[in-house]
Design a protein around this ligand. Structure first.
Ligand SMILES: Nc1nc2c(c(=O)[nH]1)N[C@H]1C(S)=C(S)[C@@H](COP(=O)(O)O)O[C@H]1N2
Ligand SMILES: [Mo]
Length: 203
C-alpha cells in the first residue's frame, strides 16, 4: 500500500531515466495528456472546417478539409510544454507544415495572428512558424485528433509553450506588427519560449 502510494504519487512527476534534460526549468514530467481550454469545446465537423492564410500577403489562400488533405503530410515527433508546468515527452502528431501553407502566399509582414473556430487567438513571429517549426495537425499518435485536443485540426508549435498551439485552428493572419492574442492580452508572454521561462509579461 505505502509502496503503491509512494510510486504513484511521487513517481508521476519524475521523468524516466535519461530524460531529465528534456524537461525545461520549472516544468514537471506528465505521462498523460491534460486538456486545457478556456471556454466550451466546439463541435466542428471536418466538412465545416477550413484553413485560410490572409492579412498582409501577396496572395491570400484557403483550403477545405478535402483540399488540405491533398497537401503533403509529415509525422512530427515532439515534446510539448504547458505553461501550467506539465511537459509531455515523446509524443507525436501528423499534419502539414506551415512552410507548405505559406508557399506562394508571399507574406509581407513579420508576424501572424493565429485564429480559431470559437474565437481563440494567439500571436507568433513568422520566424517561429517557418523553417520546420510549426504544423497544422489532424492526428495525434496515429489517431484522428480528438475534439477536446483541438480536432479536427490544431496548430502545433512544439518549441513554444502549448498555449501557442491553437486548437480548432481556422487560419493565420499575417501582420506588420506583433499584437497580443487572447492569453497574451491577459498576462502571458508575447513569445513563450519554455527554455527561457517566458511565461508572463515580465519574464
Ligand atoms: N482554441 C483554443 N486553443 C487553445 C486553447 C483554448 O482555450 N482554445 N488553450 C491553449 C492552452 S492555454 C493550452 S495549454 C493548450 C492545451 O491543449 P490540450 O488541451 O490539447 O492539452 O491549448 C491551447 N490552445
Ligand atoms: Mo495553457
Amino acid at each position: 500500500m505505502s509502496d503503491f502510494f509512494s510510486r504513484g504519487f511521487g513517481g508521476r512527476r519524475r521523468p524516466p531515466e535519461g530524460m531529465a534534460d528534456r524537461i525545461p526549468p520549472g516544468q514537471y514530467y506528465e505521462a498523460g495528456f491534460p486538456v486545457l481550454t478556456a471556454g466550451p469545446t466546439p463541435d466542428l465537423d471536418p466538412s465545416a472546417w477550413s484553413f485560410r492564410v490572409d492579412g498582409v500577403v501577396g496572395e491570400a489562400k484557403s483550403w477545405s478539409w478535402e483540399e488540405f488533405h491533398q497537401l503533403p503530410f509529415e509525422d512530427v515527433p515532439c515534446d510539448i510544454h504547458c505553461v501550467t508546468k506539465w511537459s509531455k515527452l515523446d509524443t507525436s502528431f501528423r499534419g502539414v507544415s506551415v512552410d507548405t501553407l505559406l508557399e506562394g502566399v508571399e507574406p509581407l509582414g513579420g508576424f501572424a495572428m493565429v485564429f480559431s473556430f470559437g474565437g481563440y487567438t494567439t500571436n507568433l513571429a513568422l520566424e517561429d512558424l517557418t523553417e520546420g517549426k510549426a504544423w497544422v495537425v489532424t492526428e495525434h499518435e496515429g489517431e484522428p485528433l480528438s475534439a477536446e485536443h483541438g480536432g479536427p485540426a490544431r496548430l502545433l508549435v512544439p518549441h513554444l509553450y502549448f498555449w501557442k498551439s491553437a486548437k480548432w485552428v481556422a487560419g493565420l493572419r499575417v501582420m506588420d506588427n506583433d499584437e497580443p492574442g487572447f492569453w497574451e492580452s491577459n498576462g502571458y508572454h508575447m513569445h513563450g519560449d519554455p527554455w527561457r521561462e517566458e511565461r508572463y509579461w515580465n519574464d
